[in-house]
Design a protein around this ligand. Structure first.
Ligand SMILES: Cc1cc2nc3c(=O)[nH]c(=O)nc-3n(C[C@H](O)[C@H](O)[C@H](O)COP(=O)(O)O)c2cc1C
Length: 258
């Protein structure tokens, strides 16, 4: 059983390589009875600020897992900052004992830091990384990805920056006059932060987890970051994942997801 969260498809791509029918955390969070039992249970998600996204942490907190082999795969783009160690500490505090945690270097979709055109051109040998992880999981290997002092320092430095600018990610987006009211942002947002007013999308920041699914999926580039970004004209979705799959993963407006 594989659970995933994704904004731009990297983590879904990995999840699909491991299981033909991975379960979206953005949907499973609404399961009335979040008790899951399987031989192996995996979580695949991106790294946000070196940690698992808030939505994933919330899901782990309110769920019960019964398995002999619990693993976590963290996709990241540039510096994982000790993500494996941080994830291990988080789940262990919940009473979950992970057998395996690994990190996978993929395209970095963090727009303030990276130009998506440049990112796409870098070969990060993703499939080789996934193949190695598949082999590990097949033999139920016990392993936690190593973390260096430099990784830990990067995380502390990030936390320090955040402490000095706690609203850094609060007021992220503006919707420009290029919005044509297609509503795609309303469907890819895992937290229902967008709604339509006439032919115009409106963003409410209250529940936003800054995953950037909306800004990457907007076909008109009508969602822009308020903070400086590397290339406002370049957006990203994993080349193996369709927009429909991102919608299926995250859409919060469908009445019942079967
Ligand atoms: C808000 C945010 C924070 C991120 N933080 C990090 C980070 O700390 N380190 C890193 O290497 N990548 C970071 N990334 C990049 C993503 O982890 C990476 O691109 C991931 O593979 C995206 O997965 P997805 O396509 O499944 O959403 C961040 C991305 C976002 C949107």
């Amino acid at each position: 059983m594989v659970f995933y969260f994704t904004a731009t498809g990297n983590s879904l791509y990995v999840a699909k390589e491991l299981d033909a029918h991975p379960v979206s955390i953005a949907q499973a969070i609404h399961d009335p009875n979040k008790a899951y039992q399987a031989d192996t249970i995996g979580i695949v998600c991106p790294v946000f600020g070196h940690e698992m996204p808030k939505l994933v942490k919330e899901f782990l907190k309110v769920s019960r897992f019964e398995t002999d082999y619990f693993y976590i795969l963290l996709t990241y783009g540039n510096r994982h900052g000790g993500a494996a160690e941080l994830a291990k500490a988080y789940v262990e505090a919940l009473g979950i004992h992970p057998a395996y945690i690994n990190v996978i270097l993929m395209v970095d979709n963090f727009l303030p830091g990276f130009d998506m055109e440049e990112q796409r051109r870098i070969d990060k040998k993703v499939d080789e990384q996934i193949d190695r992880i598949k082999a590990d999981l097949a033999e139920k290997k016990h392993y936690i990805a190593p973390v260096t002092e430099q990784d830990r320092a990067a995380h502390w430095e990030f936390l320090d920056r955040l402490a000095h600018a706690p609203d850094m990610f609060r007021d992220l987006y503006e919707i420009t006059d290029d919005c044509i009211g297609c509503g795609i942002c309303t469907k890819v947002c895992p937290k229902k932060c967008f709604h339509m007013e006439g032919q115009r999308s409106v963003w409410n920041s209250t529940e936003c987890i800054s995953c950037m699914a909306c800004i990457h999926a907007c076909p008109m580039l009508a969602i822009q970051l308020k903070m400086p970004e590397k290339n406002p004209q370049a957006r990203y979705r994993n080349e193996n994942i369709s927009l429909c799959e991102i919608v299926d993963a995250n859409n919060q407006w469908a009445e019942v997801q079967e």
